[in-house]
Design a protein around this ligand. Structure first.
Ligand SMILES: Nc1ccn([C@@H]2O[C@H](COP(=O)(O)OP(=O)(O)OP(=O)(O)O)[C@@H](O)[C@H]2O)c(=O)n1
Ligand SMILES: C[C@](O)(CO)[C@H](O)COP(=O)(O)O
Length: 268
């Protein structure tokens, strides 16, 4: 870790949008599914990109798109249509099989001048700019890996599956110490690069995606990869508006926020 980045240096954004959207079941990649009605209507990815570009610290963007030709072309056309002077600093690349593959592809494509990297799910399309700003500020303040998070409001039980598939409760977890993590997650570039190198069998890692080397599944978020190497992850306040559009119900909620102007974004 080399300490704080120069405060005047901007941040790069990896917007991962290459998922299939199986749980949404819209018959097309989730990033390309229309969200909103009338003048607010745009693909999920476009909402996410416009939202992220409200963060003035972002200077460079890599959109990691679904790998098929038609989807790539549609994403590239959306980028060309962006009303933002940073449009020329937005690249589109084809994603990989798993989210972590897509992040690694995006990271490799980010220009070397970028020393601070944000990784954001296109599926968290209505994330307020304040969340981006808090994450960037924390990295600039010397925190090498940062995640936004919200408190858990349900009582959370740990369960085990019996031989017949029926689940029984093993324990009730201490909710006051649990957080649901969101994106954008922010990193010093070298912290993220080392975490991904380890995932792929580099120094400190293990081949096959078992980042912690303990037989547990690969971490589903990038801060998890840092944790698995014993790195420190700092938590900043997230937002309910940064919820991930995963199911048809989530899409309805997001559309309702847009319809009522309650998308959590500042109005001019
Ligand atoms: N191979 C993958 C898988 C996921 N993602 C992205 O990672 C984010 C979080 O993933 P999720 O919401 O789970 O999206 P999907 O993988 O598309 O959803 P599902 O599991 O329902 O197919 C999304 O913006 C998704 O596009 C990606 O870029 N590349
Ligand atoms: C990165 C993430 O959005 C943080 O909550 C989440 O881990 C993505 O997981 P998914 O299972 O790929 O949706």
């Amino acid at each position: 870790m080399s300490g704080r980045p120069d405060d005047t240096v901007g941040a790069g954004l990896i917007l991962v949008a290459a998922g299939r959207g199986t749980r949404l079941g819209a018959g097309r990649p989730k990033a390309l599914v229309p969200l909103g009605a009338g003048t607010a209507a745009a693909p999920v990815l476009v909402h996410a990109l416009r939202g992220a570009l409200r963060c003035r610290a972002i200077t460079d963007v890599v959109v990691v798109a679904p790998p098929d030709e038609a989807a790539l072309a549609e994403v590239a056309a959306s980028v060309r249509a962006l009303d933002d002077r940073r449009r020329d600093r937005v690249q589109v690349v084809a994603g990989g099989a798993e989210r972590s593959d897509s992040v690694a592809i995006g990271l490799a494509a980010l220009p070397q001048r970028v020393g601070v990297v944000l990784v954001h799910d296109a599926a968290r399309a209505l994330t307020p700019v304040e969340v981006f700003d808090r994450v960037v500020h924390a990295v600039h303040s010397g925190h090498p890996a940062v995640t936004p998070a919200v408190a858990v409001t349900d009582t959370i039980k740990q369960v085990r599956s019996g031989p017949t598939g029926v689940e029984t409760v093993v324990a009730t977890l201490d909710r006051s110490r649990l957080r649901a993590v969101q994106t954008p997650q922010g990193f010093l570039r070298e912290t993220l690069e080392r975490a991904h190198a380890a995932l792929r069998g580099g120094p400190g890692g293990s081949e096959g995606g078992d980042a912690a080397g303990d037989g547990l599944p690969t971490a589903t978020d990038d801060c998890g990869l840092v944790e698995a190497r014993g790195g420190r992850v700092t938590v900043v306040e997230g937002s309910p508006r940064a919820m991930k559009i995963t199911t048809p119900h989530d899409l309805e909620v997001a559309a309702a926020w847009l319809a009522t102007g309650e998308d959590g974004r500042e109005r001019p």
